[in-house]
Design a protein around this ligand. Structure first.
Ligand SMILES: [Zn+2]
Length: 447
């Protein structure tokens, strides 16, 4: 760390021209889990994530819909925050918009031109990748192959096919800002360099994003910082892709390629759990089955929380206070060991589910105290991963929770008439009721 106790982290944010899909949600969750774990461990996290509110795709959408660029970008920025809020992702400490940083981008591009690392041609200003000695390092790119691959490119004024645009000169009808090279707008790769260095400073700790951003986006960000002679990110973290099995989806759960679609059909915590079941670098597959499996696992956690009437505030307990809150020290240490190993969330989760089994077994065997300590540990560790137990935070109110417990007791006592009556009561109140091996589970009926 550059500064003891403080982690500075920059994560590439959305280009706001459409609704977020499952991949965006996965990336937001991956960095939320990293941030939460660092905070759980007692570190302060300065988390910057940008909003790209000027881009070809936004302009295209605005033109085709006869709306202004600001209307399109503000609509989809709002959609973005609603989706990540629904996932329980903590908002970044700063979320700068590209359009707020144009003057600083112009200044940085001018500095690159002055250093001889960028040059102007008829349609814009380009970075001279030849001026960056280790260009291609981050993405482990075979530059010769890239050059050959791009040799058919129309723009013959560029010094190298690898050179990329920093400033796009305005075409008629496009949004534009003033610059020494005439009216235009910045290229995408410039905003993150300017914002990260401005808000986090030189040599910040960590830069992240989806693995599709390694090349060219992150390589090109880094190249600009190198060409400026400034220390850029010390570490890079990239999360894996999301595969969606459309065929199976459409049969059972409908198409949920957008986050909103998924969240209408499943508990948001189930998607977090599904994401946590894979290492952040691996690909994940979202299918009807993998979502249902995650819902079932979540139901086991919620049932434990109900059984021991766990305080939801346990989700906010940090590592240093966990033992005082009644958590099991050996289990805490085992969790930290897994998470410190490049965020081994699959290992950490299987440890948590082992604790669930042990807590239930202890209580079944009459040792309520031992069961409770293990259950408290589960709540604390799940909280460190951003999973709140016992139903989504504000979703299941106390009266409903009491009905759930009463219904579980009725079923256990084979009083099916009472269990059915409670089911009717819950359904009348707008809940979808499910019977699982671990007890009654409810979620809100969509829409
Ligand atoms: Zn970026």
């Amino acid at each position: 760390m550059r500064e003891p106790g403080v982690v500075s982290m920059y994560v590439c944010g959305p280009t706001v021209y459409d609704v977020p899909h499952l991949g965006h949600g996965r990336s937001a969750l991956a960095f939320d889990v990293l941030r939460r774990y660092l905070e759980f461990s007692g570190l302060e996290v300065r988390h910057v994530s940008n909003v790209t509110d000027i881009d070809d795709k936004i302009i295209d959408r605005a033109n085709s819909e006869g709306r202004t660029i600001a209307e399109v970008s503000s609509q989809y920025e709002q959609t973005w925050w609603e989706a990540v809020d629904a996932l329980g992702v903590r908002r970044p400490t700063h979320a700068p918009r590209a359009t707020e940083y144009v003057a600083q981008m112009v200044a940085m591009i001018a500095a690159l031109v002055e250093r001889g690392a960028a040059y102007e041609i008829s349609d814009g200003v380009y970075l001279a990748t030849g001026a960056v000695p280790d260009y291609g390092l981050l993405g482990h790119q075979d530059l010769e192959a890239l050059r050959v691959g791009e040799r058919v490119e129309a723009n013959t004024e560029k010094r190298s096919p690898l050179d990329f645009v920093l400033w796009k000169k305005a075409k008629p009808g496009e949004p534009q800002w003033e610059s020494p090279w005439g009216p235009g707008r910045p290229g995408w790769h410039t905003e993150c360099v300017v914002m990260s260095l401005d808000l986090l400073g030189d040599g910040f700790d960590l830069h992240g994003g989806g693995s599709d951003l390694v090349f060219p986006h992150h390589e090109n960000e880094r190249a600009q910082a190198v060409a400026l002679g400034r220390a850029f990110a010390r570490h890079w973290t990239h999360n894996g892709f999301v595969m969606v099995d459309d065929q199976k989806m459409s049969k059972s759960l409908g198409n949920f390629t957008t986050l909103a679609d998924l969240l209408e059909r499943a508990d948001a915590r189930a998607y977090r759990l599904l994401v946590l079941r894979a290492h952040y670098r691996s690909q994940i597959e979202v299918t009807a089955t993998s979502v249902a499996d995650a819902q079932e696992a979540l139901a086991r956690l919620d049932a434990l929380a109900r059984r021991f009437a766990l305080d939801p505030a346990l989700a906010e307990v940090r590592a240093a206070q966990a033992a005082d809150a009644g958590a099991d020290p050996a289990a805490l240490a085992a969790f930290a060991e897994r998470m410190d190993d490049d965020l081994d969330t699959p290992g950490a989760l299987s440890g948590i589910f082992e604790l669930v089994r042990r807590a239930n077994a202890a209580a079944d065997g009459g040792d309520e105290g031992a069961g409770r300590a293990l259950a408290v540990t589960v709540a604390v560790l799940a909280g460190a991963l951003g999973l709140r137990l016992g139903g989504a935070a504000s979703e299941v109110d106390d009266a409903t929770a009491a009905l759930l417990s009463e219904r579980d007791a009725a079923r256990a006592g084979r009083d099916f008439a009472r269990a059915d009556a409670i089911r009717g009561e819950l359904e009348a109140a707008g809940w979808v009721v499910e019977d699982t091996a671990e007890g009654t589970r409810v979620h809100r009926r969509p829409g």
